[in-house]
Design a protein around this ligand. Structure first.
Ligand SMILES: Nc1ncnc2c1ncn2[C@@H]1O[C@H](COP(=O)(O)OP(=O)(O)O)[C@@H](O)[C@H]1O
Ligand SMILES: O=c1ccn([C@@H]2O[C@H](COP(=O)(O)OP(=O)(O)O)[C@@H](O)[C@H]2O)c(=O)[nH]1
Ligand SMILES: [Mg+2]
Length: 213
């Protein structure tokens, strides 16, 4: 979508255009359940990047600095690591958690993997709720401090919302109210995953489902 088309899309968007969502919306929590109940392979891109940090590589230290700042890792690095993770798995039911987070991510993903998500789940959650959740997550993450959290919210609004709008324009967004309890959110997600296939995309290209924020 060009800038002009996007502006047009925003102006003509229905009232359910995404306004919330982002870090702490419950992606990881819900992905675990979806994977278990619907037989998907869960790939958390944040987790893949954290594994690279743990490996002690030079790429890992570059990623660590970016994450601490709440910014996004360059797409070529992210997609290469994601592809590596996919290569060892004999599945075409991938649930990709926390990706793509900007337009550059989308382009790199489409160009390099030739994959197209069947749909994109968008967990819409008020920011004050996400902030509370992240501050009590207790996983020892360097980026779960108030300063970095605020930066991550800003990146979401500036970079990830346009991605959601892009998928919305393709009719691929499935929005869920993620401000409720874990069980209630999963009930709404189950309805979406139990629905029939989108026949507009040839089945051969139904290689993955993406979960955004
Ligand atoms: N619906 C919910 N209500 C309350 N707390 C939640 C809910 N979903 C997740 N959490 C908690 O909030 C924190 C962030 O959830 P997580 O799944 O890691 O989100 P994300 O991957 O989107 O950042 C975790 O501590 C998790 O246990
Ligand atoms: O496609 C991605 C996914 C994650 N990240 C980086 O990894 C961090 C943590 O992402 P994760 O999805 O683990 O965070 P969550 O939203 O689950 O709290 C982000 O803030 C980014 O710095 C990134 O650069 N690109
Ligand atoms: Mg997560």
């Amino acid at each position: 979508m060009t800038v002009g088309e996007r502006r047009n899309f925003r102006q003509n968007s229905p009232s359910n255009t995404p306004k919330g969502g982002g870090p702490g919306s419950g992606k990881g929590t819900q992905c675990k359940r979806i994977a278990q109940q619907f037989g998907y392979t869960h790939l958390s891109v944040g987790e893949i990047l954290r594994q690279e940090i743990s490996s002690g590589s030079e790429t890992g230290s570059m990623i660590q600095k970016i994450m601490k700042e709440g910014k996004l890792v360059p797409s070529d690095v992210t997609v290469r690591l994601l592809q590596q993770a996919m290569q060892g798995i004999n599945s075409d039911k991938f649930l990709i958690d926390g990706f793509p987070r900007n337009e550059e991510n989308v382009k790199a993903f489409e160009d390099l993997t030739k994959m197209e998500p069947e749909f994109v789940l968008y967990l819409d959650c008020p920011q004050d709720e996400m902030e509370k959740r992240l501050l009590s997550r207790n996983e020892g993450r360097e980026d779960d401090n108030i300063e970095t959290i605020r930066k991550r919210f800003k990146v979401f609004m500036e970079s990830t919302l346009p991605t959601i709008e892009y998928y919305e324009s393709k009719g691929k967004i499935r929005k869920v109210d993620a401000g409720k309890s874990v069980d209630e959110v999963f009930e709404s997600i189950k309805v979406i995953f139990s629905q029939g296939k989108d026949n507009k995309v040839p089945p051969s290209r139904h290689k993955c489902k993406c979960l955004i924020l």
